[in-house]
Design a protein around this ligand. Structure first.
Ligand SMILES: NC(=O)c1ccc[n+]([C@@H]2O[C@H](COP(=O)([O-])OP(=O)(O)OC[C@H]3O[C@@H](n4cnc5c(N)ncnc54)[C@H](OP(=O)(O)O)[C@@H]3O)[C@@H](O)[C@H]2O)c1
Length: 502
């Protein structure tokens, strides 16, 4: 019986796994550029030819897995320079671990003369990251430039198009183009690693792609932005307001000169959208997330929350429901006793709620050169070992079109802070409207030291009142607040913070 069928399959999978063209296989392995075309048309090679080609494939594989893996790094900032330095410093131990050398051979950045604290004198320099991505002298391309489009996108595409593996830390790029890049990688047989794109040094992508077996995830939530967590933690430790904490975070290098992206919650939304895809198998949808930032959080909110047994954290939360996927980013009251409440400062944490392992909390440094470079390195090592996984957990044609579920009611109720006019009957009017909407009030806090001056405050005397509701629908709360505003008994915009039972 002919063994042409298994032979043909072996050749085809060799070609697909390397992202080669049939002609390249013919030239490099079979010694005949048309060999694969002939094979596909049913021409059966003689048994000695088959034996020769199988041996050549085996030898090629062995040589390739022993040969040094040559890396090209585009972007030599915080993460890129740290990665090059780690790869140089730990070269011997990495070779021992892998049985194969990993060598940075080429780099790209904007300024050739800038001192980056790392020796790049022997490395080939590229001004153009796309040219580096396509260079025939590298085996793997690392993108550490940043930005959702521009040179980062062009270079990553260029590498994947020729079947070259890519590692990136770029969450903005992944959130916007993740599905098309995953498709490109799958078509060309290249690997695409992005462990560092979500929560810096925490190996959450690997856990989701490879570590949970068939466990089904019901909810994922976490603290994914170190800048916001630092600010909220400081506000809890010292009586300083949001703007002062933000200035300190900028002085310490924890916040960008323009912090909007972080403090308004968009960075968390990008990361959440990537996690959500890996958890639930839907296409990435960074624009279909309810997003609220932390800029309106005051000392009063932090103190009242603490007195009631809560901390305020900026959480990204995604959960499956019968109507689709609900994704939201907002400040949240979490019980002080919960594990996530203990994650302070610039630390990040991600919790995965699954049917098999129940709750898994991964916590660690979410940013910074060394933790992020370490995640980039772990992707490089996986690729050097020959790991093959679909970038988004399932092959991209199997991703479901994103189905956005409406915001749901929250089990833990709501924290509402409002400035009531200091007139007889104001509080009674507020309580009446709440009752009309079926909202039960758990606590009412009114202390002179909690007075918050809202921008809309005029010379009208007000008292700041905090209400904690029992479980209720968000629509009920919003309707009650609209009625209260229309009654004219409050001044300014109420503060509304969801309470999560975790
Ligand atoms: N920093 C972190 O803690 C962290 C954490 C997680 C993920 N990330 C992600 O990692 C990536 C890199 O972040 P980073 O903090 O290292 O950024 P960075 O310090 O701003 O470095 C960016 C690098 O890209 C280079 N670059 C910019 N435009 C270029 C172009 N057109 N051609 C070639 N090179 C160009 C810059 O060159 P010059 O140096 O010559 O200007 C610089 O070396 C981003 O996607 C970021 O979101 C960072």
């Amino acid at each position: 019986m002919s063994d042409i069928q298994p032979f043909r399959q072996t050749v085809e999978s060799f070609i697909a796994s390397r992202g080669w063209t049939p002609t390249r296989f013919g030239r490099t392995v079979a010694g005949d550029p048309l060999f694969v075309f002939d094979l596909r048309e049913g021409r059966e090679p003689r048994s000695e030819t088959r034996t020769r080609i199988l041996k050549a494939m085996q030898e090629y594989g062995e040589t390739k897995t022993r040969a040094p893996m040559r890396i090209g790094v585009a972007g030599l900032g915080n993460v890129g320079a740290t990665l090059v330095s780690i790869l140089q410093k730990d070269a011997d131990s990495l070779t021992k671990k892998l049985g194969r050398q990993i060598v940075v051979t080429s780099v790209a950045a904007r300024s050739r003369s800038r001192d980056r604290g790392v020796d790049i004198s022997g490395l080939e320099w590229f001004d153009d990251p796309v040219a580096l991505a396509k260079s025939p002298d590298i085996d793997l391309f690392v993108e550490l430039i940043g930005g959702e489009d521009g040179p980062a996108l062009a270079a990553v595409r260029a590498a994947l198009e020729i079947g070259r593996p890519v590692v990136t830390a770029n969450k903005a790029l992944l959130a916007k183009h993740g599905v098309s890049l995953a498709r490109l990688a799958e078509e060309s047989g290249a690997q695409l690693g992005f462990e560092a794109a979500v929560a810096g040094g925490i190996p959450v992508i690997k856990t989701l792609r490879e570590g949970l077996g068939t466990a089904s995830i019901a909810r994922v939530y976490g603290i994914m932005n170190g800048t916001c967590n630092y600010i909220l933690t400081r506000m809890g430790e010292e009586p300083i307001d949001f703007s002062e904490c933000l200035r300190d975070a900028q002085d310490l290098g924890y916040a960008e000169a323009d912090p909007t992206f972080d403090v308004e919650g968009f960075d968390t939304a990008h990361k959440l959208s990537i996690l959500s895809t890996l958890c639930f198998g839907y296409e990435i949808a960074p624009d279909r997330i309810h997003v609220e930032g932390i800029t309106r959080i005051t000392q009063a909110d932090i103190r009242v929350a603490a007195d009631l047994g809560y901390k305020i954290k900026l959480l990204g939360i995604a959960q499956r429901s019968d109507d689709g996927i609900e994704q939201r980013v907002h400040p949240t009251l979490v019980p002080k006793s919960s594990a996530i409440a203990g994650v302070d400062g610039v630390m990040n944490a991600i919790s995965l709620e699954t049917d098999h392992v129940h709750e898994l909390l991964l916590a660690g440094p979410g940013a910074g050169g060394p933790p992020t470079a370490s995640s980039v390195l772990s992707d490089i090592l996986d690729i050097a070992r020959g790991a093959k996984v679909p970038p988004l957990g399932v092959p991209s044609p199997e991703l479901l079109p994103y189905k956005q579920a409406p915001m749901r009611a929250h089990e833990g109720g709501y924290y509402i802070r409002l400035n009531a006019k200091d007139v007889p009957g104001a509080l009674a009017a507020i309580a009446t409207r709440m009752a009309e909407k079926g909202i039960s009030i758990e606590s009412v806090i009114q202390r002179p030291d909690l007075h918050v001056i809202e921008p809309a405050d005029t010379d009208i005397v007000t008292r700041t009142v905090v209400l904690l509701t029992q479980d209720t629908l968000e629509s009920n709360v919003r309707e009650a607040l609209d009625l209260i505003a229309a009654d004219g008994v409050i001044v300014g915009r109420p503060q509304l913070i969801r309470i999560e039972t975790l």
